[in-house]
Design a protein around this ligand. Structure first.
Ligand code: DAH
Length: 339
């Protein structure tokens, strides 16, 4: 055996040991290379045939064969033991890898982020409030009298201590104004709860996006302009128009429902807008003076607009989702479409 042969044998031995499937296989290799009749013995015996001037190097090679192979044997045994006798060998490294499946943002969260981003770009800041509210913030301060049907336990989830699950995000208006002086410009996304029987358009829990702008001389025209800006950005269509229809909410006067010209047909009439040319996006109005009084604002000094939009409704319109329940079932075949 010459010096190159030793090197070659060593590489082969190391590769074989590193790939050994179990401890028994490692031991067999140890015996084959380092055992009493193993290759190392042949190498040692071979030294007598090596010319004198090469004996030193031959000896060194033989030595490194011994120590490296022994190290490899011990390392492999340790690895296999750590893996509980299981093996990394037998894995075909040329096979394509298995991709871990990555989750996606839920379409509701993604839409809230997008909508909030649009309002932030025109000076709104995000405000939040608790899901568990008291009747004062959810109803009284919002000028909603004791007799109002929405306060009925058939419509609202009451807890045993008299608190309730907020039925809308409007109480965030109250909490924010209680703790901040005007001017106020907030957007409040959040979850709401109502005792509704689930069907294609109702869910006992859903999300709203609340807006409030209070300052001196805020007008309904500003509400219209800001709604127009928002919907145009959201839908990506600059020719969208806003229409305000008279309505009633206890906490605004006047109150309106906000429609926008259909983002699909542009107002011509199509399946999405049910051939009316208009799509409703939410409720709004000028903050009622009683609401200002409830939070200690002077209705003679400030005015404000407020609005509330249903996030699920918006998502359904935007993505053509036919049934609100699809948004809560977490079926990946559904969610994957929003990647
Ligand atoms: N809170 C109302 C609802 O749940 C939505 C709404 C209407 C919010 C008018 C407002 C508003 O801030 O001004 O149906």
């Amino acid at each position: 055996m010459n010096i190159q042969d030793i090197e070659q044998e060593k590489q082969q031995a190391l590769a074989g040991i590193a790939a050994a499937a179990d401890e028994k296989a490692v031991e067999e290799l140890r015996i084959r290379y380092l055992g009493r009749n193993g290759l190392l013995q042949d190498i040692m015996k071979g030294i007598k045939d090596v010319p004198n001037d090469q004996k030193k190097e031959y000896g060194q090679r033989a030595n490194s064969f011994k120590t490296e192979v022994l190290d490899a044997v011990n390392a492999r045994k340790e690895t296999l033991a750590a893996a509980g006798g299981q093996t990394g060998a037998g894995i075909d490294l040329t096979l394509p890898g298995a991709w871990p499946s990555l989750g996606t943002r839920h379409p509701i969260s993604a839409l809230i982020d997008r909508a909030v981003g649009i309002f932030r770009s025109i000076g709104f800041t995000v405000a939040e409030g608790p899901d568990i509210e008291d009747a004062f913030h959810n109803f009284d301060a919002l000028n909603t009298p004791e007799s109002h049907p929405s306060r009925n336990p058939a419509d609202t989830f009451y807890l045993e201590d008299g608190t309730l699950l907020r039925t809308h995000t409007s109480p965030v208006q109250i909490r924010y104004m209680e703790t901040h002086k005007p001017p106020v410009r907030i957007i409040a996304p959040g979850r709401c709860y109502r005792r509704d029987t689930p069907d294609a358009t109702h869910s006992a829990s859903f999300h709203q996006l609340e807006g409030l702008y209070v300052a001196e001389n805020v007008s309904l025209a500003e509400l219209k302009g800001d709604m127009e800006f928002f919907v145009r950005r959201l839908m990506g269509r600059e020719d969208i128009r806003i229409r305000l229809r008279p309505h009633f909410f206890p906490f605004t006067e006047p109150s309106v429902e906000v429609d926008y010209s259909c983002h699909v047909c542009g107002g011509e009439g199509c399946r999405v807008c049910k051939h009316s040319g208009w799509i409703e996006i939410g409720g709004a109005g000028m903050v009622d003076p009683n609401v200002f009084k409830a939070v200690g604002y002077d209705p003679e000094k400030v005015t404000g607009y407020a609005f509330g939009m249903g996030v699920e409704r918006m998502a359904m319109i935007l993505y053509g989702i036919p049934d609100i329940r699809l948004l809560y079932e977490n079926d990946v075949r559904f969610l994957r479409q929003f990647r």
